[in-house]
Design a protein around this ligand. Structure first.
Ligand code: PEP
Ligand code: MN
Length: 347
């Protein structure tokens, strides 16, 4: 439920609404807007006595949020959420953000070489797993904290922001100590204790769509993070299971448009996991930007043939250079631009 204040309502009147909501046993979340302030009532169990709120001083009207996900819905907040990173990059506005890097951090040489190349090509966020959710327990599981240290070193040198995955609630704090964005992987989209822990970690969260999750389930998963106090959630379409095996997954581009209708959160696309093969990554990255996504995440490896994971879907640096040129043209055709990092590199 959303209590919309009149234009020019005083701070005292807003405080009065907050007090009343708290007296009723719910949480209040004041949201100053461009036109007027709204106060969200969090935790509505269907027993809220609306008449108590309608009559308060300064209240214009009360809106019932019809969707099961509340705070991430457009009804709750019509303006787009913009997530700003420490390097000045803004996700969710006019800019299209490119996140690139290897599937996994494998070595110092590998991650630094990749970071230098993707930064030079114009990416602004470095991806790379230090903790890897692998289908098989015998596959490479990641370098752990050493991988996080290497990502931080690459950030220091290049000015790229870092996105990397947290696998479990116990690991969130460690990942948050190094990352600029905590990634929640597709396999963990409905790991509710992990979502809650990520929502309390004080860092933006990149939430990937589960491989058989509906958009409603994705938005409800995002709601878990927001409810814990973290509004900076970026959604990611990374392909869903398909009845046909022509590609690893079915990259659902319509989901990008649907999410933008239903939610104010930014959404990016991942054509690497979405297709599973190098030849398809470029075309589907272009399609993702053309569909209006707020960014793309692409796997890049200095020597894809030698990659310990996802080599078949990783671009070589030269291929990534070419893709960046194409993405620039597409973004401009849509009146957008590829995000640049305005904050100078720390030396
Ligand atoms: C990844 O991005 O490293 C990853 C494991 O992807 P997903 O969770 O989408 O499978
Ligand atoms: Mn991967």
């Amino acid at each position: 439920m959303l209590i919309v204040m009149k234009h020019g309502a005083t701070e005292e009147q807003v405080r009065g609404v907050v007090r009343t909501i708290e007296e009723m046993g719910y949480r209040a979340s004041p949201m100053p807007g461009a036109q007027r302030t709204s106060v969200g009532l969090v935790g509505n169990d269907g027993r809220v006595d609306e008449s108590r709120l309608v009559g308060l001083e300064g209240v214009l009207r009360v809106i019932h949020v019809s969707q099961p996900y509340k705070q991430v819905s457009r009804e709750w907040c019509p303006d787009d959420t913009i997530v700003e990173l420490p390097n000045g990059v803004r996700i969710g506005g006019d800019d299209v953000v490119v996140m690139a890097g290897p599937c996994a951090v494998e070595s110092r040489e590998q991650i630094l070489a990749t970071a230098r190349r993707v930064a030079a090509a114009g990416a602004t966020v470095l991806r790379g797993g230090a903790f890897k959710p692998r289908t098989s327990p015998y596959s490479f599981q990641g370098l752990g904290e050493e991988g996080l240290r290497l990502l931080a070193e690459a950030r220091e040198e290049t000015g790229l922001a870092v996105v990397t995955e947290a696998l479990d609630p116990e690991g969130v704090e460690l990942v948050a100590a190094y990352a600029d964005i905590i990634q929640i992987g597709a396999r963990n989209m409905q790991n509710y204790s992990l979502l809650r822990a990520a929502g309390r970690a004080g860092k933006p969260v990149l939430l990937k769509r589960g491989m058989s999750a509906t958009i409603k389930e994705l938005l409800l998963a995002a709601e878990y993070i927001v409810v814990e106090g973290e509004p900076r959630v970026i959604l990611c379409e990374r392909g869903v299971r398909n009845f046909d095996n022509h590609a690893r997954n079915l990259l659902d581009l319509t989901a990008i448009v649907t999410v933008q209708e239903l939610s104010h959160l930014p959404i990016i696309g991942d054509p690497s996991h979405g297709t599973g093969s190098r030849a398809k990554v470029g075309p589907m990255a272009r399609a993702t930007v053309a569909a209006g996504a707020d960014g793309v995440m692409v796997e890049v490896h200095p020597d894809p043939a030698a990659a310990v994971s996802d080599g078949a879907q990783s671009l070589a640096p030269d291929q990534f250079d070419a893709l960046m040129r194409e993405l620039r043209t597409i973004a401009e055709a849509l009146g957008r631009r590829i995000a640049t990092a305005p904050v100078a590199v720390r030396t």
